[in-house]
Write a protein that binds this ligand. Structure first.
Ligand code: SF4
Ligand code: SF4
Length: 433
């Protein structure tokens, strides 16, 4: 029998936390244990990775039984964009949510097929803009360490959005990357901190739900826990989004409402873009990722990488982008390891970044600049042999400018002072004093 899948919003919820706090106090319930939750999450993700192909097939069967849902598959971003364009008809305005899949991967192709995309999310941050607020969060290390304060358990299902009854709509299309979907019953889960996603599901004339294949979980219990984990482990990384971004906004709220006689049209796209190729390769752990962006909160280089400002940055997204071929290898990585420490499913991102770099340069020649910067030992030897001329030149503004243009070292960087005397010679001399 045909039925309608549920669309659920999982949101920060003080209400539920208060109940649990009361339960701890009155009924002596056990405290939420973040380490146990992390282990459960790993199990859920391993299961998803092991059974990915079967889960995709199961979901297709489930969705085929659903009323008013069109389900398609896209092997890459280009195919997804042309499906969306055909579905949108003559509509040009699209609202997108802050998802890696939609923003980083599909959006450039949407622009190529003539759709204008806007992040409604940033429009909702307008009250946070201002120098004072920006100053507080521009430094990653000033984020408040929420886990240390045990503020971890505050994400719950707040509401179910009705989708197929006739309603009032606005004349735009919403393209939403999903956080999790249950293969068993097709229920869809979004993590929402503001109200942009639920507004889009309620108001958009047509809705596209992009299901990247690692977001297909066995059942609704796993899907809820996966989505809650995104909120719990990624809570601090959202604070990074509050930094005012120079993004084009569109006032969806001021679009007029029009009576929609028919049920809302919904299209699900099962989206791969190279993900299934990663299974059974050394990169298969990327399939465990829940996109919480806890690794982004810890990464010291993320804020300084020159890509589009509203790209959804995380070390994992950058690595995946380089494996998919739309980004260069992650040259900016310092291999500090902070992302791995923070990752709730223990993905060894730094090693995978190394591997992807090696593999890339096995296939592509390294230019002179890259070879020089890859060999600090050689640079140090040349600097020492030519001291004090080398010391004069690294402080000379004109040479600094040339070094920035041709070698890529920022002119404001403090370079080391070179010495002709080796450490061994210095040590021998120091012993003889
Ligand atoms: S290892 Fe690289 S990607 Fe990870 S936190 Fe450090 S700089 Fe960022
Ligand atoms: S790789 Fe990053 S985004 Fe993915 S689960 Fe780990 S911390 Fe979260």
């Amino acid at each position: 029998m045909a039925y309608i899948p549920g669309f659920f919003m999982i949101e920060p919820s003080a209400e539920q936390s208060k109940h649990r706090a009361a339960g701890l106090f009155v009924r002596k319930e056990k405290k939420f244990d973040v380490d146990i939750f992390r282990e459960q999450l790993k199990e859920i993700r391993l299961e998803t990775r092991r059974n990915s192909a079967a889960l995709i097939e199961q979901l297709k069967k489930t969705l085929a039984e659903c009323d008013g849902i069109e389900t398609t598959s896209a092997k890459d971003a280009k195919e997804a964009a042309s499906l969306i364009k055909a579905f949108a008809g003559d509509r040009e305005i699209a609202s997108i949510n802050k998802s890696n899949v939609v923003i980083n991967e599909i959006r450039p192709e949407l622009h190529r097929v003539g759709l204008k995309t806007y992040l409604r999310y940033y429009g909702e941050f307008k009250n946070f803009e201002g120098d004072k607020f920006q100053k507080k969060i521009e430094d990653y290390w000033s984020l408040p360490n929420i886990h240390d304060k045990h503020l971890v358990e505050s994400f719950d299902i707040k509401r179910r959005i009705p989708i197929t009854s006739p309603s009032e709509s606005k004349d735009y299309i919403a393209i939403l990357g999903v956080n999790a979907i249950s293969a068993e019953d097709g229920s869809v889960y979004f993590l929402q901190h503001m109200s942009n996603i639920s507004k889009d599901i309620e108001q958009a004339y047509k809705v596209v739900v992009v299901l990247s294949i690692e977001k297909i979980l066995k059942n609704s219990i796993d899907a809820v826990n996966h989505t809650r984990a995104m909120g719990i482990f990624g809570l601090e990384s959202i604070l990074l989004d509050l930094i005012p971004h120079d993004v084009e906004k569109f006032d969806f709220d001021s679009l007029p409402l029009v009576k929609n006689e028919k049920a809302k049209e919904i299209m699900f796209i099962i989206y791969d873009n190279g993900r299934s190729d990663l299974l059974n390769t050394p990169y298969q752990d990327l399939f465990l990722c829940i996109d919480c962006r806890a690794c982004a909160r810890q990464c010291p280089v993320g804020q300084h990488i020159p890509f589009e400002k509203d790209m959804v940055y995380s070390p994992k997204n950058y690595l995946l982008g380089s494996l998919q071929g739309w980004l260069h290898p992650f040259e900016f990585c310092l291999h500090c390891g902070r992302c791995e420490v923070e990752c709730p499913v223990n993905i060894d991102i730094p090693s995978l970044i190394w591997r992807s770099q090696f593999e890339y340069y096995e296939r592509h020649p390294r230019g002179l600049k890259k070879r020089l910067l890859d060999d600090p030992e050689l640079l140090a030897k040349l600097g020492c042999l030519s001291a004090p001329i080398s010391n004069w030149s690294v402080k000379n503004p004109f040479v600094k400018l040339l070094t920035e243009i041709f070698v890529g070292i920022n002119r404001d960087a403090n370079l080391p002072t070179f010495h002709r005397e080796t450490f061994r010679d210095w040590f021998k001399g120091a012993k003889n004093v």
